[in-house]
Design a protein around this ligand. Sequence first.
Ligand SMILES: Nc1ncnc2c1ncn2[C@@H]1O[C@H](COP(=O)(O)OP(=O)(O)OP(=O)(O)O)[C@@H](O)[C@H]1O
Length: 315
Amino acid sequence: MPPTIRCQDLVKTYPGKPPVEAVRGLDLEVHPGECFGLLGPNGAGKTTTIEILEGLLTPTSGEVEVLGRRWGGSEEGEIRQRIGISLQETRLSDKLTVKETIVLFRSFYNQGIAPDEALGLVSLNEKSNARISSLSGGQKQRLAVACALVGDPLLVFLDEPTTGLDPQSRRQLWDVVRDLRDGGRTVMLTTHYMDEAERLCDRVAVVDQGKVIALGSPRDLITRLGGDQVIEFRLKENGPQLTAESFETLPGVQSTFFDAGTIVLHVEEIHAALPAVMDKLRADQVELAQLTTRQASLEDVFVTLTGRHLRDGGE
Ligand SMILES: Nc1ncnc2c1ncn2[C@@H]1O[C@H](COP(=O)(O)OP(=O)(O)OP(=O)(O)O)[C@@H](O)[C@H]1O
């Protein structure tokens, strides 16, 4: 089956002094039925990329195909009819009711599902007669997703669907995205929440400074770190210090990293590595200030590749 989205050597430079190279040669293929995530820190170029794929922005150069068709020609209308878009911030008219809003969006499509059915997909039926102005942030986001679904799209774009939402609203939206994928639709979402990407996405592209720096399933990317468990610890500041590298040869330690005063060890088997770490600290007469163990995450993938955290400089 041909890819649902294909883009090759995508470049977008915003004019200005100096110009901003938001996307710098990005390649992607999204397969039918997968939930694909663009993951990266603020300013990585995710929104620019997704807006080009949605046909809202024109690339400076590069090739884009969506559902086997191209933007900017006679096929444009056909693409519009088969995609649904939920923008990073959807400005819905405060004066309309939920029902009026979804009916309006349904009118943009030649075919689709009943407005009430779309509201049901995001559990908003009981708010049908409420004005937009009375909805919570999470309810507005879910309505924006319902508007993206009412045309019964093959492909749904969700740009940072859960940014700014409380934990309960985030989980509700995660359920909506899972249902979409289980229903066979292709979903492309952007996020800077690594836990969101890990939970929802079949594959992710980690984007940094306008380029894909890692591509694969969240599990594969984490496994590629060589050790999917992490031991991290800080030493007492006023005592003797050790380098991260000095732990490299201990049993089960796959890689080491020093991150803002914390020694980070990626290990295969925590039960083998942890006693060896404790023995070394004791032998070197070094005192611990704090130690934690955890599962490696996509955040670790990003830190290992860039030396920075996903949320550096974020909101
Ligand atoms: N219209 C514009 N004019 C000039 N520069 C822009 C414009 N839109 C975005 N940029 C710049 O392009 C870069 C990429 O921005 P983009 O919004 O695509 O990143 P992002 O990964 O989506 O970030 P965020 O998570 O904050 O939305 C940033 O440096 C941003 O300041």
